[in-house]
Write a new protein. Sequence first.
Length: 275
Amino acid sequence: MPVCTTRDGVEIFYKDWGRGRPVVFSHGWPLNGDAWQDQLKAVADAGHRAIAHDRRGHGRSAPVWDGYDFDTFADDLADLLDHLDLRDVTLVAHSMGGGEVARYIGRHGTGRVRSVVLLSAITPLMLQGPDNPEGVPQSVFDDIKAGILRERSQFWKDIAETFFSAGRPGSPVTQGNKDAFWAMAMQETIEGGVACVDAFAATRFHDDLSKFDVPTLIVHGDDDQVVPIDATARKAVELIAGAELKVYEGGSHGLALVDGHKQRFTADLLEFLRR
């Protein structure tokens, strides 16, 4: 399997499809690089080199015990870009992948980066507080961790409903979407599942976003029941100079996987890559 060995000896699995200017995809929690299959094919078909890695402790990457923090995730991404010697890269990130990319730019700059796409991203801050009243209460994150520890297989089936806003009238989500979510979630280590919740709940990315100096597209669904748009995308677009925000009406947190919104996002991504 294609793997990159990080500076601390962790093997990171990645897909590498097509040829051309590189586009690197960072997945959300609790998924892996398979979440990007549709976009990987579309981007490769359009003449780009499409790359998606599995975060440490997820998918086919090493099931390590530690390193589930954004400094480490960012350095893992840096190791991958260095390993493949990628330049003029567009970074595309979903959910907590947005934090990974933001912290990468905060720590490593944009020397290798051409542009960024943030999809349903957690940036700049998820946790509710006096300076972020639109955020998610700590009790929600505590319940998520408790659900993973109590019986994670059923928990992933239950949370898939929220991930895809499946209870909404006329929701296009299929059982196949939910089954795919469950299958990817079950490949994540239980330690990674719990530790990532603490990381994406409380990590602040305001300073990282202020260092973005490349074209940035932000896409977010207005029915995202996992990452509230008012706490994240609507604030991020104000922190990133020149950023563009596209709001998908009725879009769930998992909109890039669901028929209808999936095609719209892929089209918007390809249009952004042509700029």
